[in-house]
Design a protein around this ligand. Structure first.
Ligand code: GDG
Length: 740
């Protein structure tokens, strides 16, 4: 297996100085995490590190000559650059990524800019990435795409490389549907479809996973079973993988006590208790709330003044975006205010650094600090919280962490705070600073053990090891599709048989579903196709539907077909009248109608369709989540009400149907087959009611399910268009026969 990691930025920052290209490690959780995993591969017994990293190199290189130079230089680091113009970077990265998706997914809707040109460039850059990645993909490669910059890429890549193994991981929160729906309709559809091009989609927390599945249901209408979404062409798994840190690396670095004076000289910290705060500059990180909490703490606890220091490290980030400049200004101001208000000649309450720290000084700060104060307003995970714990070699130290971070879900023994409540931060600071060491160690032991076990290598391994199983499952499903050889055999049998019977379901099989059953009227083309097919010598076409006989008669009465309505209650043979299949009693309808009506009233969008021997409760247009609860309640109620009457309650494609007992499509179909030698028999359907048809037919029959699920049918077709294509081919063969 070769791993192709794709992210917006390469893990190296390319800087041009005096005509020379220099590379250094980039900041950010994604880079540190993946690098650790890749380092672990480097040391493995694999023949060389089997990976490549594809992304933007960090500088704009416009000319082909310098581009070739950068490409060659990066190739030595197993990196492959994707070159973007300044304009693209502006609209794509500073625009759609950082002014639209970032604030929206972090619940800052008022910061969201919805500009068409941003999205156009987002699409365009995802396409550029696709064109860069696709030629590199070899069979057996795994493509692992990262983060919100590239949400359209999985589907784009899938179109170019249908068999590729593609994983996607989102490092930021996936917001609730109420937030996600703020995006214009076309964008949100494309983003979800884009993500569903992957085989496996991962999120940091269960909540984000559920939010995503919910949006997929609400926007695209795809349901899931235990995180598995079965699409017509594809099976996608959605799951939770909380990212860890390189625990041993932090432990080892902290043990070495390296570079203790690198960040802040020891003298400045003296005998003070140190509270540490480290983040990229970002309004989501809650740095202002943190400062306000600290200010309040100093105010409320004068005895702690001159005994504590807040080391505030802010790493410059996205300085091109207005809100970042503004937050920087506010931080500068507030630090100045706190230092001015409480500071003494020999004590500065906040030691503020606005810069990137190398790894060693960062770890020595983690190791030196009594408390880590992590207060994001929203954060996908937050690795700083985990890194702090990983650096506490003696088990002491207190982590204060916001409950709005993904990390809080795993770090329940930390001091959890709501970052919007400044008072809570102040109280937490006192609790942390005064916590006995024995309690600190008791809490940390549990968290450290978890972080040690589920480290970043385990995280990546967990994610990547699911892909082969998923591919095998997809393969199994694909092998059920009507492939070229089976299709050829089917057509040969059809051509050679003197007697042929074709059973066709209607909704979902010959036409796609519509909001209301009335809208699914057959097109002129479809009627022509059915007519031609039915005209073939020795060919009987039987439309087997759950619809009422009036609609069936209205739509197909003029054709030379046999019709079955209400799932077999009514049968109309060719050139004959409708007849009841067997004596039926529909006296139960009057007692069940009020129940079904009550449920329709309780679910906006649900409605009833009454037929002579059945009632259908439709919920296609309703909120599908509420519907799933109502369906369970309704079916429960119906089952108990109908215990002593001869009716069946059946769930179908976004419907619940109650109908007379003893009738089903299978029983009806058998009445069309001659007792001796049935000849060529074909049945195509999409719904659960069609399973009865598939089961009842002789084993020699060819049965086809439209859709992608487990079935009695021998083969699957992807959608109704594939059905029409097959029928067209059959009808052409008949015409050829007539001509010859
Ligand atoms: C995104 C999501 C999610 C920071 N300053 C310095 C420095 N860092 C390193 C830290 C840590 C990383 O950067 C920050 O990671 P976070 O998780 O805190 O935040 P984001 O950068 O916003 O990352 C986040 C993450 O992706 C992973 O999925 O957790 O929610 O927003 O590793 O150590 N490293 C050094 N000097 C610094 O000054 N060396």
């Amino acid at each position: 297996m070769r791993l192709l990691v794709v992210s917006n930025r390469l893990p190296v920052v390319t800087v041009e100085e005096k005509g020379q290209l220099l590379f250094r490690e980039g900041a950010g959780g994604l880079v540190s995490g993946i690098s650790a995993y890749l380092d672990s591969l480097r040391g493995s017994s694999l023949a060389g590190p089997q990976y490549r990293w594809i992304g933007w190199p960090g500088v704009t290189v416009a000319e082909p000559g310098p581009q070739a130079h950068v490409t060659a230089a990066l190739a030595r680091l197993r990196a492959h650059p994707v070159f973007l113009t300044d304009r693209s970077m502006d609209k794509f990265y500073h625009g759609f990524c950082n002014k639209t998706i970032w604030p929206l997914f972090h619940y800052f809707p008022s910061y969201v800019a919805c500009e068409e040109s941003f999205y156009a460039h987002y699409r365009c850059v995802n396409r550029i990435f696709c064109d860069a990645v696709a030629p590199l993909v070899q069979p057996d490669d795994v493509v692992w795409i990262h983060d919100y910059h590239l949400m359209l890429l999985p589907q784009m890549l899938r179109e170019q490389r249908p068999d590729a193994t593609i994983g996607f991981f989102l490092h930021i929160p996936f917001p609730s549907f109420e937030m996600f729906r703020l995006l214009p309709g076309a964008w949100r559809t494309e983003i979800l479809e884009g993500l569903l091009g992957a085989d496996l989609i991962g999120f940091h927390t269960y909540d984000y996973t559920q939010h995503f599945l919910h949006s997929v249901l609400r926007v695209l209408g795809h349901e899931h079973t235990m995180g598995r979404i079965l699409l017509p062409n594809h099976l996608v798994k959605v799951d939770t993988f909380p990212m860890g840190v390189d625990f041993q690396k932090f432990q080892a670095a902290a043990r070495q006590q390296v570079d203790r004076t690198g960040a802040i000289p020891d003298a400045a910290l003296k005998d003070l208790k140190v509270v540490l705060s480290v983040d990229r500059l970002d309004y989501t990180k809650g740095i202002l709330n943190r400062l306000q909490g600290y200010e309040l703490f100093l105010e409320q606890n004068p005895s702690w003044q001159q005994n504590v220091v807040l080391v505030l490290v802010v790493v410059p980030s996205r300085i091109g975006v207005d809100q970042y400049q503004e937050i920087k200004r506010q931080i500068d101001e507030l630090v100045g205010k706190i230092n001015g208000k409480f500071g003494r000649v020999d004590w500065t309450p906040v030691l503020y650094q606005y810069r990137y720290l190398p790894f060693e000084p960062l770890v020595s700060l983690y190791a030196r600090s009594h408390v880590a104060l992590v207060t994001p307003l929203r954060d996908g995970m937050n690795l700083v919280a985990k890194e702090y714990l990983a650096s506490r070699t003696d088990g002491t130290g207190v982590l204060i962490v916001s409950e709005m971070t993904g990390a809080a879900k795993e770090l329940a023994e930390a001091v959890l705070i709501n970052p919007n409540n400044v008072g809570e931060i102040a109280v937490a600071l006192r609790t942390a600073l005064e916590m006995p060491e024995s309690e600190q160690m008791r809490r940390n032991e549990v968290m450290q053990e978890r972080l040690r076990r589920y480290d970043v290598v385990r995280w990546a391994d967990d994610f990547l090891s699911q892909l082969p199983t998923l591919k095998a499952e997809q393969q199994r499903l694909r092998s059920r599709l009507l492939g070229v050889p089976a299709r050829r055999r089917l057509l040969d049998k059809f051509r050679q048989a003197p007697q042929r019977t074709i059973f066709l379901d209607y909704d979902g099989t010959l036409v796609s579903f519509t909001d209301h059953p009335r809208q699914a009227r057959p097109s002129r083309d479809l009627l022509t196709l059915l007519r031609t097919l039915a005209q073939g010598a020795g060919t009987d076409v039987v439309l087997v539907s759950g619809r009422d006989k009036a609609t069936m008669g209205d739509w197909f009465g003029d054709l030379d077909l046999a019709l079955v309505a209400e799932h077999g209650a009514w049968i109309k043979r060719r050139r004959d009248n409708w007849r009841l299949a067997q004596p039926l009693n529909n006296g139960w309808k009057s007692s069940l109608l009020p129940i079904l009506q009550t449920y329709a009233d309780r679910l906006p969008g649900a409605f009833l369709e009454e037929k002579e021997y059945s009632i259908v409760w439709h919920y296609r247009r309703a909120d599908l989540e509420l519907a799933s609860t109502r369906v369970k309640e309704l079916v429960d109620d119906l089952v108990s009400y109908t215990a002593n009457i001869d009716v069946q309650v059946q769930q179908g494609n976004r419907i619940v149907e109650v109908r007379c007992g003893g009738i089903n499509k299978g029983v009806a179909a058998l009445t069309f087959l001659p007792k001796e030698g049935a000849g060529f028999v074909l049945a195509i359907g999409d719904d659960w009611t069609d399973e009865e048809l598939f089961r009842a037919l002789p084993v020699s029959a060819c049965t086809l399910l439209v859709g992608n699920r487990h079935t009695w049918a021998k083969y699957n077709l992807r959608n109704h268009e594939e059905v029409l294509e097959l029928l067209r081919e059959m009808s052409e063969r008949q015409l050829q026969e007539c001509g010859s």
